[in-house]
Design a protein around this ligand. Structure first.
Ligand SMILES: Cc1ncc(C[n+]2csc(CCOP(=O)(O)OP(=O)(O)O)c2C)c(N)n1
Ligand SMILES: [Mg+2]
Length: 964
């Protein structure tokens, strides 16, 4: 056994005390008066407490204690410096001090490491041996002699009412507190106020609930409804996937507690994210979704044609409702829709909660709580958890703390924890944000409720995240049709004999004389009847209801097809526009921007005076400024977004002397809406998920997420695929989220060229997203304004420029901003007019400027150029008009910078094939662009330039159509 004193007493402390004592012997005035008093008092006392040879087993030389128990009255006498103090010199006080020091150390060990000894597994399987952890040895009575155990020691406030207690009693309390059915990781919290807040709440209660009979009855009721619901579906829908909560039923009384207590502590709204496990149970037993609706979802639609290609499985569906607590507090609950992709709903829930908080009249984040329910395997395995935790304390993302609850059934599908993580706990990742983690045995519902009380109070008090690891088991296979004994035979043998927690708890309550067995049975019968009634009702009147997209905040907004949605003017009168741009060109008096910044601002002022065209920066910033003035909240985030990766935006100005910042868009005068701009952490999935969530609950806002380079957006592919492009189709949820994705071939290499336009286009259907590639400052102005001004809410994917940010042709005169709208197609006939045009080059994006330059150089009046500024929804009418414009048209060429297997080519090919001219002549289609390639771009600038020249040449050449 490791020596418990190794870590503490045999170190500097004992040396210190002995040193002090020796000094005092030499010269009492040499030590602090408090020590002097102590040493004098004890040296005058008769007998030091005999601690006998049993001692602390500490391996210290016998000098530390009086080995033979003989009276050893220390006589102050002269000792020269460096002389060893003899055994007989050690007074009783010193022995007592040493004992206290060991006790303190033990106390610390319990608080720090007691969780490793806690009994967390309802199946009672032994925990992995932790003998190598030295502190644990201390948490044992064997570390003290029987005599020591009877001594009165200082309890360090472990007891509320007594300062000094018998050591035996102290150890027993510590063991019950820290090594019972709850283990707590909290001693690493940096803020001692938080540790001290938790300590008495845990130690004075021995981490046990002190429930009233009615509270106990309520817990039993929640447990009973939980398993009765599962049993009911089990018998009525044999073999159906329901991902039952069985084995983890304590979840239900825990959530009940969170709402009950939360309601008292100012909670008004909870946004819940959770996976498959227990979801149906939570829907009915917490959110109050009528069981007949759930049963109807099991039955499916009466007319399957209505749902062709859309809808989602029942255990992904969201729901919202108002619940009323027992004291009459109303709490709004929303369970987020979510995909199968585990944990990806986490950032979405955070974004939703933040959006709700931002819309409160008085911002108090305690009113809205994000609750995320994790699986053990998913929490440990999925990186999005870490990305999202990392957002929790950032000013742009703070939600006042999230309650995390892990349904830790000690399995992930068929995979054991040993193969699923390198950490002891599945919650280890959460330690990174300095929060407490409670591990609790799911078979002790009172301990579970106690943990939830602590967690809820902690969150409301400190506005911090908090984690509860509900250690339970999974009664059946991963789903109910899955046989778990193939892979976990021993575990499932134990589970087979293990009664449900409602039964165990009913027994306990009967033994304690709190709820009789008959009462418990009556509760069960009541639950059965409840579900049976709902079942019969569902059979009679199938109630499969479609979620509506247009309720609450969403009233007045539209989704669905674009057809019928007006395309309003988005121009802004010059008298409004010019002063706004003028405002953006100035800093407050006394503010000193960098000299170069001053020049940029001067140029802006010249734009405002109409002296030079407005560049991209002006167009984009003016879109925000005009929207803000009109009352639209704008939120813009991304990596280095405040300045803009390519330095064009400069939304936040820095004072070079004082270091202060100035955000012109936040200084637009009274009545302007809020402008939020944040540099995000280096995360795509977490951050994009957050913004998607934000957009779900803030339809009035323009919410934009910007990629550093568009290439990195695929780090958030799950958010794009599972949420952004499909949420409306699967869940009828609308979002106006805008993605700004820098894209374009400029020789910057394979990872700084492509936002993967082709992927967005491949996922475009049924008007699910807008994919645009604007090429001028006026176009981006109108596009961003259109996104907010129209009541149509659709995600908008924008290929944004890099070199075009400063290219002169991409600027536009003030007049282009004062009227008009976003042009889906920009037509560039040759100087000579439309008559001679035989070839039409169709393209999208910045390559248009290369084509224009090449045509001018070649002075070829047979060539017209047209830019598709919007690719989806496809501008069919505009294209048809364009083709009709050129009476002599003979062929079409699609030109793109991207390789043939990328870009828009595959998307436009079927749309451009089989076209005819105005005269009915078939129009063959050619392709001019880079050859198909595995990687998006070359890494060599010169190769890039060569490729670019060749593709422009090919586009303008009169070469034969390639037969496509
Ligand atoms: C990202 C992701 N990868 C794989 C899966 C497939 N899958 C579904 S459930 C599951 C096991 C999840 O285990 P855990 O998180 O412990 O939850 P439990 O089912 O045990 O409640 C897996 C691997 C998934 N849904 N999502
Ligand atoms: Mg699991």
């Amino acid at each position: 056994m490791p020596n418990p004193l190794d870590t503490f007493l045999s170190g500097s402390n004992i040396d210190f005390i002995e040193g002090l004592y020796a000094r005092w012997l030499e010269d009492p005035a040499a030590v602090d008066p408090s020590w002097r008093e102590l040493f004098a008092a004890t040296s005058a006392s008769e007998t030091p407490q005999p601690t006998n040879g049993h001692g602390p087993g500490n391996g210290l030389p016998a000098r530390a204690v009086n080995g033979n128990g003989a009276a050893a009255v220390a006589q102050p006498h002269a000792v020269t410096r460096g002389q060893v103090v003899s055994v007989g010199d050690m007074p009783a006080a010193l022995a007592a001090m040493q004992l206290q020091a060991r006790v303190d150390q033990t106390l610390y060990a319990f608080r720090l490491r007691g969780h490793l000894l806690a009994q967390l597994d309802p199946l009672g399987r032994p925990r992995p041996q932790m003998n190598h952890i030295a502190d644990l040895a201390m948490a044992s009575d064997a570390a003290f002699s029987p005599e020591e155990l009877e001594q009165l020691v200082d309890s360090s406030d472990v007891f509320a009412d007594r300062k000094r207690v018998r050591l035996r009693e102290l150890l027993a309390r510590l063991r019950r507190t820290y090594c019972g059915h709850m283990g707590v990781e909290y001693m690493s919290l940096l803020d001692s106020a938080r540790r001290r807040w938790l300590m008495p709440r845990m130690e004075h209660t021995e981490n046990q609930l002190d429930p009233s009979p009615s509270e106990q009855r309520r817990i039993l009721e929640k447990l009973t409804y939980a398993d009765t619901f599962e049993a009911f579906i089990h018998t009525k829908y044999q073999g159906a996937k329901r991902f039952s909560v069985d084995g983890g039923e304590s979840l239900l009384p825990m959530l009940d507690t969170m709402l009950e207590l939360g309601g008292e502590l100012g909670l008004e709204e909870v946004v819940i994210g959770m996976a498959h496990r227990g979801r149906l149970n939570v829907l009915t037993n917490v959110l109050g979704k009528s069981p007949d609706q759930i049963f109807s979802e099991f039955n499916g639609p009466v007319d399957p044609r209505k749902f062709m290609g859309r809808g989602d499985v029942k255990y992904h569906l969201g729901f919202s409702s108002d619940v009323t607590t027992s004291t009459g507090k109303r709490i709004h609950l929303s369970l987020a829709f979510n995909p199968s992709h585990l944990e990806f709903v986490h950032p979405v829930v955070e974004g939703r909660a933040r959006a709700k908080q931002e819309q409160l009249e008085v911002r108090d984040r305690r009113k809205v709580l994000p609750l995320v329910i994790h699986g053990d395997a998913a929490m440990a395995g999925q990186g999005v958890v870490a990305e999202t935790l990392n957002l929790s304390r950032l000013r742009g993302y703070d939600t006042g703390g999230t309650v995390h609850l892990v349904i830790n059934n000690q399995l992930g599908y068929t995979t054991d924890p040993e193969d699923g993580r390198s950490s002891i706990y599945c919650t280890a990742v959460a330690l990174m944000i300095d929060i407490p983690i409670f591990h609790v045995n799911g078979d002790d519902p009172e301990a579970c409720v106690h943990a939830m009380r602590l967690a809820t109070e902690y969150r409301q008090n400190f506005q911090s995240d908090v984690v509860i690891d509900l250690v339970c088991f999974r009664r059946y296979g991963h789903n109910e049709g899955d046989e778990p004994s193939y892979t976990q035979p021993l575990m499932y043998e134990a589970i087979r004999h293990h009664p449900p927690v409602s039964e165990l708890y009913a027994r306990t309550l009967a033994q304690r004389g709190r709820v009789s067995a008959e009462d418990a049975e009556a509760l069960r019968e009541q639950a059965k009847q409840h579900f049976l009634r709902a079942y019969n009702q569902a059979k009679e009147t199938p109630a499969l209801r479609e979620p509506s997209a247009y309720e609450g905040l969403w009233k007045g907004y539209r989704g669905g097809p674009e057809e019928g949605i007006a395309d309003p003017e988005t121009g802004v009168p010059e008298k409004t526009l010019a002063p706004l741009l003028e405002h953006l060109a100035h800093v407050p008096p006394g503010f000193s921007p960098l000299r170069q910044m001053g020049k940029i601002l001067e140029r802006r002022a010249a734009m405002a005076r109409g002296e030079i065209p407005l560049d991209w920066s002006a167009g984009e910033n003016l879109a925000y400024a005009t929207l803000l003035k009109g009352g639209t909240h704008v939120r813009l985030t991304g990596q280095d977004t405040e300045r803009g990766t390519f330095g064009h935006r400069n939304a936040v100005l820095h004072d070079v002397k004082a270091g202060a910042t100035y955000i012109p868009l936040q200084d637009l005068g009274p009545g302007a809406a809020r402008f939020e701009v944040y540099n995000s952490p280096l995360s795509e999935t977490g951050c994009m998920g957050f913004e998607f969530g934000y957009s779900l609950d803030y339809p009035d806002a323009l919410v934009l997420w910007e990629a550093q380079f568009g290439d990195f957006a695929n780090g958030a592919q799950v958010i794009i695929d599972q949420f952004i492009v499909a949420a409306e189709d699967k869940w009828r949820r609308l979002s106006g989220l805008t993605l700004l994705l820098p894209h374009g071939y400029e020789g910057a290499g394979p990872e700084h060229s492509s936002a993967r336009l082709e992927r967005f286009l491949a996922m475009s259907a049924e008007d699910n997203v807008q994919v645009c590639y604007p090429t001028s400052s006026a176009q981006v102005f109108h596009l961003l304004r259109r996104q907010a001004v129209r009541p149509w809410r659709k995600p908008l994917v924008v290929m944004t420029p890099k070199s075009l940010l400063r290219r002169e042709e991409a600027g536009a005169p003030m007049s282009a901003f004062t009227s008009g709208r976003f042009q889906r197609l920009i037509s560039d006939p040759p100087a000579a007019g439309v008559g001679e045009v035989t070839r039409l080059l169709l393209c999208s994006g910045k390559v248009a400027y290369d084509l224009l330059a090449a045509r001018a150089k070649a002075a070829d009046d047979g060539v017209a150029i047209a830019r598709l500024e919007q690719l989806h929804p496809f501008p069919e009418a505009q294209l048809a008009a364009e083709l009709a414009r050129y009476p002599a048209l003979e062929q079409l060429t699609w030109v793109q910078e991207e390789p043939e297997n990328m870009g828009a080519w595959a998307f436009v090919l079927p749309k451009l094939t089989g076209r005819t001219s105005a005269k009915g002549r078939p129009l063959p289609l050619r392709y001019a662009g880079r050859a198909a390639s595995a990687s998006p771009a070359t890494g060599f600038q010169k190769t890039h330039e060569l490729e670019q020249v060749l593709l422009i040449d090919a586009a303008l050449s009169r070469g034969q159509p390639d037969g496509r």
